[in-house]
Design a protein around this ligand. Structure first.
Ligand SMILES: NC(=O)C1=CN([C@@H]2O[C@H](COP(=O)(O)OP(=O)(O)OC[C@H]3O[C@@H](n4cnc5c(N)ncnc54)[C@H](OP(=O)(O)O)[C@@H]3O)[C@@H](O)[C@H]2O)C=CC1
Ligand SMILES: CC(C)(CO)C(=O)C(=O)O
Length: 301
């Protein structure tokens, strides 16, 4: 049994909490809002379509948390990473190892700087949608790939074996940077376009004009991130558009509900890297500025 804290009670936090509790790990969810803490305390957590309500420990993020965990899984969005990193640096969140599962690469620089900690990076291939403060809909079944950013490879391999289960597979990935970069290319193509065009992921493939723009963003991201497996990666992007055809991408949802998007950690990261390498990325810059502009109109203050 691993003593796990999950920071963030959103879609991915609740999904991890459900499956890791079912696999008999001791799970504590650390949430931001008092109402969510009360709801989970009263009713436990559950997955849609399943009767079972599971009890988990729950704490509020500004509580004093005396416990040191074996593993803390950080499931907040990129937009909240700064605050969580501050709490880790202040010793408010304490663990032997930290697993970060965000889309995008904006957070890598700050989390690499933790002292004496094992840092793992996860790429989540599941789809999840939060239905209420204690219930999540598992919209797409996939796996979680975890690689080492800092620490001991053997310890990570042991942990991955402890975490994995039939219903919630966790795999060890040898090259953390590569899997994160590949996920970044996928998000840099699908997320801004679905958000700007207000379409579902699958609709990107229904139209040769959308495909032409996807290819421009794809080419720019591949060059900047120095990835060579072009044919496989393009195939992967189209596969994801098909397998999540009826999903709204997270950026499309964030923009629609007026929440800050993860554009800075996705397209913003590519633009910053491109600048350092003196590479021109006009299509990525266009979608970045467009999402920023749209957000300025829709974000709730
Ligand atoms: N959902 C999905 O299908 C997938 C998501 N991802 C990635 O996973 C990450 C998480 O996404 P997702 O779960 O969908 O996002 P959500 O917006 O559903 O959840 C984020 C949660 O973090 C909470 N939070 C924010 N700040 C803090 C804090 N300081 N302390 C504790 N909790 C905090 C929010 O609280 P509050 O509820 O109060 O706002 C919210 O519950 C993102 O990077 C996303 O790109 C990757 C693959 C698939
Ligand atoms: C893979 C994809 C595009 C699925 O919707 C995603 O990760 C997201 O929406 O952020």
């Amino acid at each position: 049994m691993v003593r796990i804290a999950i920071v963030g009670g959103g879609a991915i936090g609740l999904l991890f909490a459900n499956y890791l509790t079912k696999a008999n790990h001791h799970v504590t969810i650390i949430v931001r809002r008092k109402e969510q803490e009360m709801e989970i305390k009263k009713h436990g957590i559950s997955l849609t379509g399943q009767e079972e309500q599971m009890d988990v420990e729950v704490r509020q993020s500004n509580d004093f948390i005396e416990q040191e965990f074996d593993l803390i899984v950080v499931t907040v969005k990129q937009t909240a990473i700064k605050e969580v990193v501050l709490n880790i640096n202040r010793g408010i969140l304490r663990a032997n190892a930290f697993l970060f599962v965000q889309n995008g690469m904006g957070h890598l620089t700050s989390i690499r700087q933790f002292k004496n900690k094992s840092i793992y990076i996860g790429v989540v291939e599941h789809g999840a949608k939060r239905i209420s403060d204690n219930m999540v809909h598992h919209t797409g079944i996939g796996k979680v790939n975890v690689g080492l950013l800092k620490g001991n490879e053997h310890e990570l391999q042991v942990l991955v074996k402890q975490l994995t289960s039939e219903k919630f597979p966790v795999n060890y990935a040898q090259n953390a940077e590569k899997i994160v970069k590949e996920k970044l290319v996928i998000n840099a193509v699908i997320n801004p376009l679905t958000a700007l065009y207000r379409i579902k992921n699958g609709q990107l493939l229904h139209n040769e004009h959308f495909i032409a723009v996807m290819k421009k963003l794809f080419d720019e991201a591949m060059v900047v991130l120095n990835l060579e497996n072009r044919a496989d990666m393009w195939e992967e992007i189209t596969r994801i558009c098909r397998s999540t055809a009826s999903n709204d991408s997270s950026m499309q949802v964030d923009l629609t509900v007026g929440r800050e998007t993860e554009i800075e950690a996705i397209s913003g990261y590519i633009i910053r890297e491109a600048k350092e390498k003196n590479i021109s990325v006009p299509f990525t810059t266009f979608v970045y500025e467009s999402i920023k502009g749209m957000s300025a109109i829709t974000e709730r203050g």
